[in-house]
Write a protein that binds this ligand. Sequence first.
Ligand SMILES: [Zn+2]
Length: 271
Amino acid sequence: MLPSTTDVWPAGHRAAVVLSFDVDGEYGEVNHRGPDDWYWRSNAQYDQAAGIWRILRLLDDFDVSATFCWVGKVAEERPDIVKTAHDAGHEISTHGWDHRYFSEMTIDEQRDDLVRTRTLLEQITGERPVGHKTPGWRFNEQTVPLLQELGFRWNMDYASNDIPFLMAPDQTREPIVQLPPSRLWDDYSYFVDPIAPPRHAFEMWRDDIDVLRSEGKLMCLTFHPWVTGRPAPSRALSMFLDYVISLGDVWIARADHVAQWWLDRLKSQGA
Ligand SMILES: [Zn+2]
């Protein structure tokens, strides 16, 4: 018999959706394209100047909570925005100090990067982040054991499933709940190199949630304020939220709440 994944979410819910926003500032593009590419730097500076404010208003309009994955240097420059997002009920998690790829770092550099970013975010919000998404999803086999060592609870790096799963390469420590992303649920795939009308992104995500809802699964979307915070792309997100909310039985939740739910569920099953 095929394994069933129905009845896994809180009562009354047939699927779960996590909205995650990577606050890269200009550092994602600087790291990717170099510091001299002012065309892309200025595009990405839209992040804190305008995009994140449109996103925060949109989430407030829909009364949903999201997860923000913050680059340390961006938080250092504008701690007030981190605080605003935290005070609005959103989760704050780590997304690298300056968006360098973890795959190009030694294990000690990865550890320093995680600790430095987490410490700063904790100082700003008073709450220790429990989640991490690696910049550009360029992690390596050392990243999850490090997250275990540092006491993180969830990671959104491995796109290898559409239901949470546990990873414990270090068997002596608590596992990490892996919340799988997808390149099809990343706004870069629609609005950065190719430019798609917002309806195309919405239709893809609507069809995805329809399938996942019939199977009882999880959809973790990745947005960037400088991308989806632009006027038309923001409509893709609002059309998607309109649709998901109209279904009436999809759990829109922060990543930390989904991870905790998953751990509690496994515990109650004696796993
Ligand atoms: Zn990023």
